[in-house]
Design a protein around this ligand. Sequence first.
Ligand SMILES: [Zn+2]
Length: 195
Amino acid sequence: MPYKSFEEYNMQVTDDVKNRYKSIISDLGEDTQRDGLLKTPERAAKAMQFLTQGYEQDPVAILKGAMFKESYNEMVIVKDIELYSLCEHHILPFFGKAHIAYIPNGYIVGLSKLPRIVDVFARRLQVQERLTEQVLDCINDTLKPQGVAVVIEASHMCMMMRGVQKQNSLTTTSGFRGQFEKIETRNEFLKLIGK
Ligand SMILES: [Zn+2]
């Protein structure tokens, strides 16, 4: 199976992470025996496993499982893909939208698979730059299209809640391969996603 749904948590990992969360909460000055916090270490351990489940999933297999021979060779765009990830420097969320386009070269891919692979790479400790690159390379190397483009716009909690406290800043990253390296094709894509 190319991926598994995350209904079951690894009990050993849950237990280890739970115990560490318990001491972290106590180190931060809280009473771990307080009613509202009793089950928090376990919930947090499960939440973190859910948010990092991408390590165990195979994005290439997901794409390969839904590639279809097709002669269509115009631009295919999936825009406004919701994205939630964790910044690897602070383990705080960053979230926003991904826009993906490709120009087929004999094969198209099931449209729902593009958001799926965004999730696979986003559910790891990440930086937005690498996330953009990984989605781009995965589509380019697996589907081998005439071109692929990825734009990600995201807000970073580590900037919003701490440090510079810039509430409204949006970070944009992009990558282009093949036909999208041509300025006309790239501009057409950017226009179609409203940039
Ligand atoms: Zn950060």
